[in-house]
Design a protein around this ligand. Structure first.
Ligand code: AMP
Ligand code: MG
Length: 351
């Protein structure tokens, strides 16, 4: 299959191209498109055959449910049977934006889309390209991240192409994604908010609106079974095995130095996914081409935005192992550490 990559500079001026992409979706085809979180691989979320194409293109396990994306609050009602009072509060506070709410599903949503669950994840993206595309399609759009299953989510059209070229007819290129991590997922089926996947909308932000918010135990404890089925899979993984180093900043550089030296002595070529400060501290040990910077220390917004690109940077480099710099698990740092843990399969060194 030939893949067209179409740059979208101006949604209004390119209305005809967006309409054509919407027609592909309505007709059962796939379109990859940018959102403010990561790039999504879209299909008509009410069409089981179209969604089956998503699972095929990504190589995604069939029990991992898809999130449905709506253009406006009214379209949410085509996916969800009931929007609970808790969900109304969270939509009012954070939608459109990087938050997905789990709600009771409508019968019209095929069971294959929700992994057989009686609930559905719904999100209202903020990206103007995403909204225009969904509006053009006229139906809720199922859109998991536009990567091969298990790989880091794409935050640029080039990263989508690296995984899906030849597997999808159309990729809309809207430049780099603003947040760079997948949406926060909140179970809103009860009266208490339960966060199933951390993201840019943090626990404190949700608690401020909902009165309280809990993390699904699987977010804090690795051996608990997650309630978001997709969270049990190895995810976001770069091609070379990643180990994450965490601890006090004062000790972290020394721990990196020891670990790099040990591995280099063993003949390994090591790549680093680190802060600008850590690069400066280790510049005598590792060449600049083997260090991907994902932000300045403490700038969690930048680190979230650049993490996946930093992991993907090494895809075509001859490295035996990657070492990644962890962050304090607070605020947005919870989401960054959650992705680093999954990307590393839990391999971690505490400084
Ligand atoms: P992705 O679209 O790649 O960001 O993955 C979607 C994530 O949402 C996966 O971790 C799913 O397990 C989770 N998810 C989707 N629908 C539901 C649902 N009804 N209940 C719980 N988790 C869900
Ligand atoms: Mg994904």
């Amino acid at each position: 299959m030939e893949t067209t990559i179409l740059r979208i500079e101006d949604v209004a001026a390119q209305a005809a191209e967006i309409a054509a992409a919407g027609a592909i979706l309505r007709g059962g085809g796939l379109v990859a498109f940018p959102t403010e979180t990561v790039y999504g691989l879209g299909a008509n979320g009410l069409d089981a055959a179209a969604c089956a194409e998503i699972y095929r293109a990504k190589g995604r396990p069939s029990d991992n449910p898809l999130i449905l994306h709506a253009a406006d609050r009214a379209m949410v009602d085509r996916a969800a049977r009931e929007v609970t009072p808790l969900a109304e509060k969270l939509f009012a506070a954070f939608a459109p934006g990087p938050i997905t709410l789990i709600l009771p599903k409508r019968a019209e949503v095929p069971p294959s889309v929700t992994g057989g669950l009686d609930t559905v994840g719904v999100r209202l993206p903020e990206s103007d390209i995403a909204r225009a595309l969904i509006r053009a399609a006229g139906v809720p759009i199922a859109a998991p991240s536009a990567n091969l299953s298990g790989r880091p989510s794409p935050t640029t059209a080039a990263a989508v192409a690296a995984d899906l070229l030849g597997r999808v007819p159309l990729i809309l290129d809207g430049g780099a994604c603003r947040f760079g991590l997948e949406s926060t997922i909140v179970d809103c089926t009860g009266d208490r908010a339960v966060i199933l996947r951390p993201g840019a909308i943090t626990r404190d932000m949700i608690a401020a609106v909902a009165g309280a918010a809990d993390f699904d135990p699987a977010i804090e404890k690795q051996d608990a079974a997650p309630r978001a089925p997709g969270m049990k899979y190895t995810h976001y993984a770069p091609k070379a095995p990643l180990t994450v180093l965490t601890g006090e900043r004062a000790h972290l550089a020394a721990a990196f130095r020891r670990e790099v030296e040990k591995r280099q002595d063993a003949g390994e070529t090591v790549g680093l996914v680190v802060s600008a400060e850590m690069r400066a501290a280790l510049h005598d040990l590792v060449p600049p081409t083997l260090m991907a910077i994902y932000g300045a220390q403490g700038d969690l917004v930048a680190m979230a935005a650049h993490l996946y690109e930093a992991l993907r940077y090494f895809d075509d480099k001859a490295v035996d192992a990657l070492l990644g710099e962890g962050v304090a698990p607070e605020g947005l740092g919870v989401a960054i550490m959650n992705r680093l843990e999954k990307a590393s399969g839990g391999r971690r060194i505490e400084a």
